[in-house]
Design a protein around this ligand. Structure first.
Ligand code: XMP
Length: 510
């Protein structure tokens, strides 16, 4: 169990532990002792965090977590939290340490440092440091000027000032492994198979003979969630897939083939494209488009939900493909952020819906979800699909969304994606797509004057969509894409390449 004090690395701690096939989950540091106990942890990691223990807004964790009798590992702020609450002294460091540092292990017999060299090359990122250790603690490691580790084995508490979870700390994974296995005695049984087995059993027990609904987008997360729930309750799960008129070329058919025909899901496919396009008529404002599509989606889904509830005699559950990164966005330690865009996805369903949620992927990261999907026998083209926004091509058509413009961008987009796949780059790139601009320019084709639209190509690398770098696609790939679009898509006569990173740009144009 990892308690999140607001560290940017908390996800990494969880994943490093899961890489050892040990189940690990993260709770906000404000979690109540009963909530922590309810998860049956074999050990607790206190993460780093941006605050000082003396800040008025220091994360308010319950110091009783140190008295639960479970092994505790404090990392960075976690070490300071332990020091502060057990009677030691923390101070603002004379010399702040950010970046690489050398650590000398003093207590080489300590199980946390088992089989590690006495000199470690680590990553530090802290302003405060422990000055006096709490009673009963001894120094286990130090840098040239500060405490780098301490422990009180009787109380089963260990702490390090550096970050073992980051790649730059050589031996960091070995240290976490020591904590997990030598100290917590965790069992390495968290494999995709195990996860599937226990999740399916838990869903079966929870839902019983009830009925569940799932709004599918055709993307990785909602599809894997649906397949898992389908394993548990079979046709008591009905999936709804809505054609909002701004899907990619042939996507409405492809998703049905994949999910209904290949995976055997009970799928209701609703072609509501006319309804969406009618509502979008004349709208050019990006937020206006997003809101219309979000609201219309809810209206369509609501109609279907009512119809399905009548047919099945009632629906009690709603399946969502929420992932761990979506969950921490709402962590209490995070401050309020400005709305740049109103995101809409299949999770944005009406609040007054009286359905209970099933979120089987809540603790996982995208690549873990892909691993699970693979074990469930799902096709690679679903699992490797690049993210696609809820409002679809509407936010890739600058200006008014019309059926003609949708057709143009669908054709251009298909060329971009197929050429990038052909070049073997699709899986290395976070997203690659075409954008239709409302800019017409003059061209010449076969001695004929043309006056047609401009298409922008966008390809970005990103970890999580929060920041992104534009990808320097090989000239040959750009050349083929440009030439194919201008030659094959009647209505586009100019292609430009978007070389803006995020920030200051965003990934989608609207
Ligand atoms: P931006 O354009 O904000 O996009 O830099 C960041 C990531 O989010 C995706 N995106 C969305 N995903 N619903 C979604 O599910 C949305 O409304 C939405 N808008 C943007 C975008 O494709 C990129 O991966």
């Amino acid at each position: 169990m990892i308690l999140d004090f607001g560290s940017q690395y908390v996800q990494l701690i969880a994943r490093r532990i899961r890489e050892q096939n040990v189940h690990s989950v993260v709770l906000p540091c404000t979690a109540k002792i009963e909530e922590i106990r309810a998860q049956n942890p074999v050990g607790i990691v206190l993460s780093g965090g941006p605050c000082s223990v003396y800040d008025a807004d220091a994360p308010p964790a319950d110091p009783a977590i140190l008295e639960m009798g479970l092994p505790v590992l404090g990392i960075c702020y976690g070490l300071q939290f332990i020091t502060h609450h057990l009677g030691g002294r923390v101070r603002s460091a004379v010399k702040r340490e950010y970046g690489p540092a050398d650590v000398e292990v003093i207590d080489t017999a300590n199980p946390l440092f088992a089989e590690l060299p006495a000199s470690l090359h680590v990553w530090m990122s802290h302003g405060d440091e422990a000055l006096d250790l709490p009673q009963g603690f001894h120094l286990t490691a130090r840098t040239s000027n500060a405490v780098a580790g301490m422990a009180n084995p009787e109380r089963r508490i260990w702490a390090v000032q550096f970050h073992p979870e980051v790649h730059h700390t050589q031996q960091g994974t070995a240290l976490l492994r020591n904590f997990v296995f030598n100290i917590c005695h965790a069992s390495p049984d968290w494999t995709p198979e195990h996860f599937i087995h226990s999740t399916v059993a838990a869903i079966r027990e929870k839902v019983g003979t009830g009925h569940a609904l799932c709004a599918l987008s055709g993307g990785v997360d909602s599809s894997v969630a649906a397949v898992l729930v389908h394993r548990a309750i079979g046709d008591h799960l009905t999936c709804v897939f809505v054609n909002n008129g701004v899907l990619r070329k042939n996507e409405f058919e492809k998703v049905q083939q994949n999910l209904r025909d290949k995976l055997g899901l009970k799928l209701v496919a609703v072609d509501a494209s006319k309804r969406f396009l009618l509502k979008l008529r004349g709208v050019t404002d990006p937020e206006g488009k997003r809101k219309i599509i979000g609201n219309e989606f809810i209206a369509v889904f609501d109609d279907e939900a009512n119809r399905i509830a009548e047919e099945t005699g009632g629906v009690e559950w709603l399946v969502q493909g929420t992932l761990y990164p979506d969950v921490i966005e709402s962590s209490p330690v995070k401050g309020p952020s400005q709305t740049i865009k109103s995101h809409h996805n299949v999770g944005g369903l009406p609040e007054d819906m009286t359905l209970q949620l099933i979120e089987p992927l809540r603790d996982l990261f995208k690549d873990e979800v892909r691993r699970i999907g693979r074990d469930l026998g799902m096709p690679e083209d679903i699992l490797q699909r690049q993210p696609f926004p809820g409002p679809g091509l509407a936010v890739r058509i600058v200006g008014e969304v019309t059926a003609d413009r949708v057709a143009l961008i669908q054709d251009a987009d298909e060329i971009v994606v197929s050429e990038i796949k052909k070049a073997g780059l699709y899986q290395q790139i976070w997203q690659s797509f075409a954008v239709l601009l409302p800019v017409k320019s003059v061209g010449v084709m076969g001695d004929q004057r043309t006056y047609a639209y401009t298409c922008a190509i966008r390809a970005v690398h990103s970890e999580d969509g929060m920041t992104a770098d534009w990808v320097p696609l090989p000239y040959e790939v750009l050349k083929t894409i440009s030439s194919r679009i201008v030659n094959e898509v009647r209505g586009i006569n100019r292609v430009v390449y978007d070389i803006t990173s995020k920030p200051p740009g965003t990934i989608e144009w609207e």
